[in-house]
Design a protein around this ligand. Sequence first.
Ligand code: NAD
Ligand code: ZN
Length: 242
Amino acid sequence: MFKQFADKLNNSKKIVFVTGAGISQESGIPTFRGKDGYWRKHDPMKLATIDAFYDDPKLVWEWYEDRRKNIRSAQPNAGHKAIAELEKYKDVVVLTQNIDGLHQRAGSSKVLELHGSIIRIKCTVCDYIDSIPNSFDTLPPQCKCGNTLRPDVVWFGEALPQDVWQEAIEHANSCDVMIIAGTSLVVSPANTLPLYAKQNGATLIEVNPDETIMSGDMDLSLKTTSASCLPELLPFIKNSNL
Ligand SMILES: NC(=O)c1ccc[n+]([C@@H]2O[C@H](COP(=O)([O-])OP(=O)(O)OC[C@H]3O[C@@H](n4cnc5c(N)ncnc54)[C@H](O)[C@@H]3O)[C@@H](O)[C@H]2O)c1
Ligand SMILES: [Zn+2]
């Protein structure tokens, strides 16, 4: 699959992965927009905006509690594991839109969470932030300051954490190969990362069973799933002399 890019992969100094919900699909976590995706059953504007949260915090919390249970019982798949394994041979950085923590659980050490984490909570008013307990007795949970707690995720209309975003751009600018796996590339600004890489001459490889709006801009577009294809990267990288 990667044969035509064997030299590029061998000689690369830094590989950046841009990942989205699709990379966790084979771990049993639904995507947003694909077949069986969440947005086929729910209206995102009623669940993933700050206005929706203030309208009905209990409903939004119930949805996140359900997702969190599913994520906690899920395991990293062969795609996550292959990316983690690559770190043994190359400088590898993961820029993920996922909030599920599966890259870290697979062993990746350089993971930038562009959209936050479902495992953390923060206060809507004060600067309290923490990891979440297994479950809450009552929803929505309250902060010690008396205000409502929310998941530490980026909702539609919200800005990305700026320090994380700046660092992500630097990595995109300085990689020689970018592998874009399991993302529809419709959510901005995460979908601009491949453009930064391309401007700097990086090779772009996409892994997605479906066509995306940027498939035509890729050097290689592999129409397959991440768990079946990413492990195939390893032989190329392992044989590299770097
Ligand atoms: N696991 C998670 O943390 C999770 C789950 C759902 C949504 N999200 C959120 O989705 C938003 C961004 O959208 P997105 O682009 O990440 O998701 P998306 O749902 O818009 O797109 C998922 C993409 O993955 C592809 N895909 C499906 N199965 C795949 C597989 N097995 N291997 C490779 N590709 C596969 C689909 O064709 C689709 O293009 C983010 O805000 C993110 O926080 C995260
Ligand atoms: Zn507070």
